[in-house]
Write a protein that binds this ligand. Sequence first.
Ligand code: 2RA
Length: 339
Amino acid sequence: MYETVALVGATGAVGRIVLQQLAERQFPMKRLKLLASQRSVGKEVRFQGEMIKVELLEPGAFKNIDLVIASTPDEVSAEFASWAVDAGAVVVDESGYWRMDPKVPLIVPEVNPEATLGHEGIIASPNCSTTQMVVALAPLHKAARVRRVVVSTYQATSGAGLAGNEELNDSIRQSLAGKKHTPKTFQYPIGFNLIPQIGSEKHEGYTSEEMKMVYETRKILGDEEIQVCPTCVRVPVAIGHSESILVETERPLSVAEAKELFEAAEGVTVVDDLDAQKYPMPLDCDGKDDVFVGRIRPDISGGNGISFWCVSDNLRKGAATNAVQIAELLVKQAAATAS
Ligand code: 2RA
């Protein structure tokens, strides 16, 4: 059992939800330690009716810690992970720093739980836009082998943390007041706007966020031949990433079969009745842990594909929930090994 758990980045947008998830899912542990940078040290955070003081993230902070769940920027993770592993802890890391390291499993528990076995102390959780897509693609891949994916994302401002949502509110307020909004977090005002850039230029005009969808999808689905063509867009929605996905499979899938596969898949909820105007939308998925799929239809452009719409709470399944599910998986695997 992981008796003592440390949460690194407890005061951030995702860290707050990890705390809620640990409580809601009654994660088995005896003690919780909260760690953060100097800026947050001394703040008190409520957990299960108790106030816990945030302590400094430093090399000595991981003594007697069994499990670490971390939601920090890449550069913080790059530094602290070895402190934790050297102290004997297992780290479930939500940053981008370790995801493509060949020694680090990149895990979505519904998709590739077996990849955690044999980890070397660090397990990575994918980027939010990838996570929801692979949960939806996995059953299709298993049944018919995914060959090509064309995806456009509509990503919520909370993907950029608490500052992203503050900026959305500010930008809308200023705009309604007829004032000029000067953005700090995003490249342009986000209120009443769409920004077709998330991250920086990475490969042939594709951004870092887009290339995460390419590389992480292949690693999680365990197939380097899957071709992914992504366009990532920031939209004025606070919570819930949406994705328009066209997937081509080796064996042709009918819409009925794809729907059956989605319906049977763990972690997927199908909301798909166009006549009744039922399809997933961010407002309905906010606060939920599943990946929602709808608008399932054939590729009428002549390809061998299925087109669908996919929405998920980016702070939950896209980040906090997936990390806590990985931690639960580790507890289960440790119990199975011990028995
Ligand atoms: C975003 N995917 O939405 C990022 C967060 N990891 O900005």
